[in-house]
Design a protein around this ligand. Structure first.
Ligand SMILES: Nc1ncnc2c1ncn2[C@@H]1O[C@H](COP(=O)(O)OP(=O)(O)OP(=O)(O)O)[C@@H](O)[C@H]1O
Ligand SMILES: [Mg+2]
Length: 165
């Protein structure tokens, strides 16, 4: 488990299940207002990670790529909401500007696939994950915390998933 610095963590997933598992650990730590960015090519495993995130956060709703409707909402029994945004099909910056991120962030955590497409409207503080295809079943996942709250989340993941260092 190479730790590059306090706000970076690198991890290699060897299966979709392992990607879901790391997602579950992260999902359990999320609160309203949290922004999780998932960058990576087609098939890198972003939606697979969101499946774990939603489950760890406490929703039993099925997770799918919100390709046509842009935003999926997952609910917990306590009625709180988790937002899953996929910007892949957004046509333009003005269209992106119509997304009311603030409204979503007031209500719950927000997960974003293809975040680089709307970077100009994203909060500066966020957890940025970069997923990289290594081979058939192997994916590199680089976590980068931007902001102290996200450094804390990363520290928790280090402790719970890898037993600290
Ligand atoms: N270690 C792994 N982690 C995640 N997915 C994996 C892994 N190994 C194989 N896969 C497979 O790769 C595919 C990842 O698809 P997924 O929909 O999660 O990608 P995505 O990044 O969301 O793509 P898109 O940009 O099209 O939305 C799935 O079929 C999954 O089973
Ligand atoms: Mg996807």
């Amino acid at each position: 488990m190479p730790i590059l610095d306090a706000n970076t963590l690198e991890f290699i997933s060897h299966s979709p299940e392992q990607t879901r598992r790391i997602g579950m650990r992260l999902g359990a730590l999320l609160n309203p207002g949290d922004v999780i960015c998932l960058q990576g090519d087609l098939g890198a495993g972003k939606t697979t990670l969101v499946q774990g995130l939603a489950q760890g956060w406490g929703s039993l709703d099925p997770v799918s790529s919100p390709t046509f409707i842009i935003v999926n909402v997952y609910r917990r029994p306590d009625e709180s909401e988790l937002y899953h945004l996929d910007t892949y099909r957004l046509e333009s910056a003005p269209e992106a500007a119509m997304l009311d991120l603030d409204d979503m962030l007031d209500a719950g955590p927000l997960i974003i696939e293809w975040p680089e497409r709307i970077e100009s409207i994203l909060p500066a503080e966020r957890l940025w994950l970069t997923l990289e295809h290594i081979d058939e079943e192997k994916r590199g996942i680089l976590f980068k915390a931007q902001g102290i709250a996200y450094e804390k989340i990363l520290e928790e993941i280090r402790q719970t998933a890898f037993g600290g260092d």
